[in-house]
Design a protein around this ligand. Sequence first.
Ligand SMILES: *Cc1c(COP(=O)(O)O)cnc(C)c1O
Length: 422
Amino acid sequence: MRSNAVDAALRARAAEVIPGGMYGHESVGMLPAEFPQFFARAQGARLWDADGHEYVDLMCAYGPNLLGYADPEIDAAYVDQLARGDTMTGPSPKMVELAEALVRQVAHARWAMFCRNGTDATSMAVRVARAQTGRRTILVARGAYHGSDARFTPVPTGSLPEDRAHVASFVHGDVASLHAAAKAAEGDLAGVLVSPFRHDAFVDQTMPDRAFAQAVREVCDRGGGLLILDEVRAGFRLSRSGSWTSLGVEPDLSAWGKCLANGHALSALLGGEVARDAATRVYATGSFWFSAAPMAAALATLARIRDTDYLERIERAGARLREGLARAAADSGYVLRQTGPVQMPQLLLDDDPDFRRGFAFAEEMIGRGVYVHPWHNNFVCAVLTDGDVDTVAAAASDAFAAVRAREGTLVPHARLAARLAR
Ligand SMILES: *Cc1c(COP(=O)(O)O)cnc(C)c1O
């Protein structure tokens, strides 16, 4: 029996001094009971929990880890800047260098503004779109995540219907529903906020086709709104430039975050000429939005994005992982739906409407030293080796066999069932 005494003690203390013991996507009870809550260390593609158990990590901190945890070069850039000056009375020259680097790297970008979290960037994008167009309505895909502010939160507790006024929805990938939403917003369309592919929690992911991406572009052009691409999760994992560049579609604004500084706190709003004037006029700021150390880390990250085969390595590891997991599931008679790009796989089981089998699988994987998520997309980083992938596949083979043996005793997970019923 593996010990989780340190984690359990921390959870008990947290329950006293942190509302609910933990909050947001880290809320207590949304993952299998076996999952550790607290981590002591992360290196490369591996994590160590507070009790010292080691995991091959397929979550990458929910996205920020692109090139490996604690990358020596990127963290050295961060630490070096920290010693010179991080949060100062004004920005450092790094801010201009980084804006220049992003404008060179991302096809549609002509300017950059920096902030701290992805939510900062998506909400700033909405304000810029409204300021630029003088219109109100923002179209978003139903069920899509664009951040935790009152306008976009998936859990509306404490927010008002008014907070979501002038936000209308369509179905991601569905041109007809997009057209219907645009028609209803006619004369008032400020923008369409959309993620590069459908990567919602709890459901299969879907890749957009060229026709959908082009329809979004066309709806914006015809209706006078701005196309806002939410790259916070997918950015730089699908492409070095922009996630819809290969589909021949460029946005007017794009929101970036998560892996932008390979784990350091930085996000950005990038824009084209069409939005420059409004971006000049909105009041956008934060105490830490000009801090230099995360910008130094982002510059080092961008250099690697530009100059190395990091993306091809992620794709190769992702493809090998997909093969290994499919074989492991099939060997025990399960059908594992692996949807979305191989770099960001969603792993859901057939015949598992209440996630009891998926939870049991994730639990068995944790026990075998692999951190895999039962209802959120996973992430592959550039330092996940063939050996790591084979370790994961071998663990999955044993884990599926163990779930098969537990079939008669599996029960739905109470907290998750309550959340899904809402
Ligand atoms: C995580 C995420 C956000 C919000 O970013 P935060 O840094 O958590 O505020 C916005 N959009 C998408 C697509 C995300 O995945």
